[in-house]
Design a protein around this ligand. Structure first.
Ligand SMILES: *Cc1c(COP(=O)(O)O)cnc(C)c1O
Length: 225
């Protein structure tokens, strides 16, 4: 019952304030961290207050949900940048490219091939981040850390894809900082400057370790059901 009265506007302002404080505390450049408001499972009525408050960068983890919710919201609020942060099946690539501006979950050759084909066909080119499975968890998406350099090269050289950054989701049962540091190291040696890391529980540590994008859901929109 309580979440019904959750104030998105107030929570968003609080999160923005905390991001600003982290940036200052860790000596990061002002404006160098983008808040990706993760609106997965949230209905449009819950997302609208964030848009009214000026938030324009959002994350969804399912292609179909993005496709259903966002065309109408985009028509109402120009300038939205939508990130796909969940696993992408090759048979959904066409819809993903049509509806998302950034795809954060490129993690296998078959997907690279399909993205290259569809980008060529559609003339649209979303920004692409490679997802790294920093904890080498069996059930989790993402390229293994030891395969990341080779995979980034393959995407660039074989498939002609512009890779702009890396993304990770650390294991829930471990301190996140070593995972953020690992991702930052892979980015550095591959000439990548965009790092999508840090969620509601750990974005301060991610900002300390160089995050350029923090993906925050529950701290803004309240608990998901
Ligand atoms: C849901 C989700 C988030 C946001 O998680 P919160 O803990 O609610 O901030 C971030 N990244 C990904 C990939 C997610 O699926």
């Amino acid at each position: 019952m309580e979440e019904t009265h959750h104030d998105v506007t107030e929570a968003l302002a609080r999160v923005r304030g905390e991001i600003g404080r982290s940036i200052k505390d860790h000596g990061r450049r002002p404006g160098s961290v983008t808040l990706v408001a993760v609106s997965k499972t949230m209905p449009a009525e819950r997302i609208r207050p964030a848009l009214v408050a000026g938030q324009r960068v959002f994350g969804e983890n399912r292609v179909q949900e993005g496709q259903q919710k966002w065309p109408k919201l985009r028509a109402e609020f120009p300038g939205v940048e939508l990130h796909l942060i969940g696993p992408l099946q090759t048979n959904k690539v066409k819809e993903a490219i049509a509806h998302f501006d950034v795809i954060e979950t490129l993690d296998r050759e078959k997907l690279a091939a399909e993205l290259a084909r569809e980008i060529h066909r559609s003339g649209k080119s979303p920004e692409l981040y490679v997802q790294v499975n920093t904890g080498a968890e069996g059930q989790k998406a993402g390229i293994l850390p030891q395969d990341a350099d080779g995979f980034i090269r393959l995407c660039r050289e074989t498939y002609g894809l512009g890779i702009s950054g890396l993304m990770c989701i650390p294991p829930v049962d471990q301190p996140p900082s070593p995972h953020f540091a690992l991702l930052a190291g892979i980015a550095r040696r591959n000439g990548l400057t965009t790092l999508s890391m840090g969620m509601s529980a750990d974005y301060d540590a991610a900002i300390q370790l160089g995050a350029t994008h923090v993906r925050i859901g529950s701290a803004i929109f309240g608990a998901r059901h």
